[in-house]
Each structure stands twice: as C-alpha cells, then as structure tokens.
Design a protein. Sequence first.
Length: 452
Amino acid sequence: MDKAIGGTRLLFFLIFAVLTLVCPAGTCRAQNRLTVDRAVEIALENSLQRRMAAKDVEIAQEGLARARAEFGPTVTLQGGLYRYDDPPSLVQSNQGLAKLNNVLSAMTYGQVAEVSLPSESLTYYGGLIKVTQPLYTGNKLTATRRLAQGNLDNAQKNLEASDNDLALSARKAFYTVILSRQMAGAMDEAVKSMTGHVKEATAFHDQKIVPKLDLLRAKEKLADLRQQQLYAHNNVELAQTALNYVLGVDMDTRYTYDDTPRTLPMPRDLETCIEISLENRPEIGAVEAQIRMANEQIAIAQSDYLPTLALVGEAHHYEPENEDPSAQIGIVASIDLFDNGRTSHKKAQAARGLEKARIAKKQLFRGIRLAVEKSYHDARAAFESIDVAQKSLDTALEALDAARTRYRVGLSTSLERLDAEVAMTRAKTNYIHALSMYNIAVSELERAMGKE
C-alpha cells in the first residue's frame, strides 16, 4: 500500500515538473490567447509590408539629411603622379632662361647672380586641396531641402496608412475566425439535436408509433447536417490559416479564443464620421505633402534661370615644377545664358505635376466620403439586422421546443420537427453571421475614418 502511494506521488511530481517546464509560471494558456487588439499588435510587429513602408521613412530621412548637408562646404583633395617623355615646355623655357642667366653671370664676373637650373626630372608629383562654399544658388538648395522634407512627410503618412490597412486586415481575419468557430459550434449543436431526434424516431418506430418514413427523414437530415458540420470545421482551419498569414506568424500556429458574442459600439452620426475622417485620414496628409513637393519642384526649375555664387579656396603644390606651394581664394559666379529650352520645359513639367497632385487631392476627398458613407450604412444595416436575427432566433427556439413536445406526445409528425430543427439552425447561423458582419462593418468604418 505504501509503495503504491509512493509511486502515485512520484507520478504526480513528474507531471508537475513537466508542466512547469513547458508552461512556466502558468502562462502556457495565456500566451496563446488571442484578442482582436493583440492580433493587431502581432500583425504590426511581423508585417513585411510595414517594414518596407518603414524603410521608405528611413530613406526619406537620409534624403533630408543629405539635402541639409548641401548647404555646407565641400572639400576636395586631389593628388597626381605624372611621367613625361620630354620635360614640359614651361620647364624647358625655365631651363633656357636659367642657362642664359648663368652665362651672363660668367660674362659679368658675378654682377648678375647665378641661379640653379630647374630639375631635368621627367617625373612630377604633387597635390591640390580645394574648398567650395555655396553662397547663392537661386533658392535651389532651400527648395531641395523642402522637397526632401515633403518626401519624408509623405513617407510617414504612407506608413500610417499602411498601419491602418494592416490593422483592418487583422481585425477582419480575427472576426472571420470567430465567425467560423461559432458557425462550427452551431453545426455541432444542430448535429447533437438531430442525433437525439433520430434516437427518438428509432424508439418510436420500434414501438410502431411512427412510420419508417419518419425515421428515414430524420436519418437523411442528420447525414446532411454532418456534412455541413465537416465543412464548418474545415472553414475554421482555413480561417485560422488565413489569420496566421495576416499576422505574419507560422501557418501552424493555433490560438485560444473567447467565442462569447461581442458587438462593437456603433459610431456616431454620418456627418460626424465624415468630419473625423477628413481630419484623421493619413492619405490626406500624404497628398498634401505631394502638393508641397510639386511646388518645390517648380522652385528648383526656376532656380536654373538665376546665377550661382560660390566661395572657392584652392592651394596646390607640385614637384619639381612648382616647388613653392601656392594658394588662391575668390568668388565664382556662373549663369546659363542659353540651354535650348531645357529649363522652361523642366518648369512646365513640374507645373503639370502640381496640377496632377491637386486633382489627386480632390479625388481622394471624394473617395474618402464615399468610403465613409458606404461603411456607415453597412454598419447601420448590420446593427439593425442583429435585433431582427435575435428575435428570429427566439421565435425559432420557442417553435423548436413546441415541436419537440408535440412530437414526443404524438401530436405532430417528424416533418414538423425537422422543419423546426432546420429553422432553428438557420436562425442561429443568421444571428452569428449578423454579429460578425456588424463587427467587420464597424472595423471598416473606423478605417475609413482614419483610425488604426
């Protein structure tokens, strides 16, 4: 007896140890429990599309930093090593002058100072350093910086829009899983109820109370419901796989859910929804940034009509041609007098881009209003259908209870009972579908209003 108790205790200890290792601190169930908000968080963490949009922001940030750097000086360092077949002409001239000078020095007994002859080396080397600081560019650098800032704003707004789209996809996928699970549960209940009816019909048939036709009808309906049950459970697997795809997790990942029906709050009136959408939609900020970018493109094109000024400093030293270092500093101005219409066409092209951006903004406003109105009316219709479906479900449940009672006491046929079972299943699935469609419609309305 003591050995048996000791063995049981050892078994419990081993089971507890395994559970502790697999599910530390009792978090095994909690870490796989999924809510709609958690689904959105996971999707935002794993989405490759969002990562690409975030990289666009980083690229735009580097572009802005580069545009700002254009205002600073540029330092150029140049070095060279040259080998000639013959001494350069300048060196040959200097050598001739030096020889002539030395001849005169000898003839005048030193009254003319003697000079050293330039090197006859054919190899020359040296370097140059040059500093250029823009002073005036016809507003090109300023416009370029503003253009880069607009590009950054556009990228950030596109990232927000991408987040909103991803959040909507995650919510729709989540609610689809809940819908499929509830549909499967409804079919399980329908099969269970019909199985009970088949047992009753079998018993009544054995007692010669009902004809065989009643039993056959019940069995046929049970087979049909079982087939629908298989499809319903298959839809659950497909919905979970689709959700995993949206969340960016492994396709075999499975979560636990709370299947209790919940409804999101119905948004306010339509006009309020439209006002909120025009304030919050990131796409509006993106198109406004594109308009600013188009304006700066025009400014950049116009700058080509104006002169440019730059402060230039230069120092160089070459051996042996120029043994003494030399330096110079000055202001360089330049302007294109003729470019065969290049600047005018560049400006016209930028102006067409501005017109296109403004048209896109008008089209966006119309599209936003249409999306909000459609989503609002869909949500309103779905909300009202919930009440209708609830009343239909209550009626179907009452009718089924009455049909069961009448059938058991022999006051009705199996056909009446089957009709009540079918009506009950249809009413329950309609109610589940109405709840899910309402939640999805509200999610689409929130997306249309610019909410994540």
